[in-house]
Ligand binder design. Structure first.
Ligand code: FEO
Length: 170
């Protein structure tokens, strides 16, 4: 049995991860509309990873005999001023998710819930990688996308990202 405060935060995290999936699908759709299919691919893969994160939280709650409660998922904004804006928004979003994961960790620590702390270790590492990827996307865009050829090559690089199922096994 887990502490009710921790269970509440874990359930809220399911919603945040599904919202992340929505947000990244929205960004993939935006790039598809702009015929930047490499960026579309990159964000579509990201969407799949976020869905997996939501499912990992669901499974962890169930594995501990607790109840999963699902709440409404907000719709993403859907409009972007330029190709760079989703890249900046995705970094800001990952920083928000990192803070959220840290808040669960802090609650688990307070309640001496070592099992949940161990479960969250994977996500803490993952968030470090996700923030770095999002930051790299902005830096590469700023370095190479100022002319059409550079953008074309960068878009081709983004096309090479492939979906890999999460390494965390519950
Ligand atoms: Fe599941 Fe990108 O955080």
């Amino acid at each position: 049995m887990l502490n009710p405060e921790v269970v509440k935060l874990l359930n809220e995290q399911i919603n945040k991860e599904f919202y992340s999936a929505y947000l990244y699908m929205d960004m993939a759709n935006y790039y598809a509309d702009q015929s930047l299919n490499g960026y579309e691919n990159w964000f579509f893969v990201q969407m799949q990873e976020e869905r997996d994160h939501a499912l990992l939280f669901r499974q962890y709650i169930l594995n501990n005999g607790e109840t999963v409660t699902l709440s409404a998922i907000d719709g993403p904004n859907g409009s972007y001023e330029n190709f760079r804006e989703p890249l900046v928004k995705s970094l800001e979003h990952e920083q928000f998710v990192t803070a959220s994961i840290h808040a669960i960790y802090e609650a688990a620590y307070r309640h001496k819930d070592f099992r949940t702390m161990q479960f969250l270790d994977w996500f803490i590492k993952e968030q470090g990688e996700e923030e770095k990827n999002a930051d790299d996307n902005i830096k590469k865009y700023d370095l190479f996308a100022s002319d059409p050829k550079g953008l074309y090559m960068l878009d081709n690089e983004m096309k090479t990202r492939i979906y890999i199922a999460p390494s965390l096994v519950l």
